[in-house]
Design a protein around this ligand. Structure first.
Ligand code: OFO
Length: 168
């Protein structure tokens, strides 16, 4: 049986993962409307993955005797100046998700909830991958600058990349 404080922290994480999914869906929609189809595919997949992260938490909370709360969400940002802004936003969002996950892990240790602590290790590992990938993508974009041939190839290659795996 989960302690109330743990349920509260996990439900906050449910909300953050849902926000991630909506935010990346909004980015994907912007990219598709700009003709950046590879980037859009990548972001649609990223959005789907975030929804899976949310569901994994929902199922865990309910299985362990708590109640997962499905949150209301505010509308995500929908206009971006360019790809650089998209991936800067993505990295800074992921950094805040990592901080939140670390807080949950910390609380688990303080309350001696080793089961939830074990469960959360999957999220810790996932955040390392996602942050590293976002940084790699930003490095590539910095290298390309405003070179349109480079941006064309970048967009094409991103279309076949999985958000939680691989390097551009
Ligand atoms: Fe759920 O991994 Fe990003 O936010």
């Amino acid at each position: 049986m989960l302690k109330d404080k743990i349920v509260g922290a996990l439900n906050l994480q449910v909300k953050l993962e849902a926000q991630s999914s909506q935010f990346y869906l909004s980015m994907a929609s912007w990219a598709e409307s700009e003709g950046l189809n590879g980037t859009a595919e990548f972001l649609f997949r990223h959005s789907d993955e975030e929804r899976q992260h949310m569901l994994k938490l929902v199922r865990f909370i309910n299985e362990r005797g708590g109640q997962a709360v499905i949150p209301a969400l505010s509308a995500p940002k929908r206009k971006f100046v360019g790809l650089h802004e998209v991936f800067e936003n993505l990295l800074s969002h992921e950094t805040s998700v990592t901080e939140s996950i670390n807080k949950v892990v910390d609380l688990c240790l303080n309350l001696k909830d080793y089961t939830t602590h074990h469960f959360m290790q999957w999220y810790v590992a996932e955040q390392i991958e996602e942050e590293a990938l976002a940084r790699t993508i930003l490095d590539k974009l910095n290298m390309i600058g405003s070179d349109s041939a480079g941006l064309y190839l970048f967009d094409r290659d991103l279309g076949s990349l999985m958000p939680s795996k691989g390097v551009v």
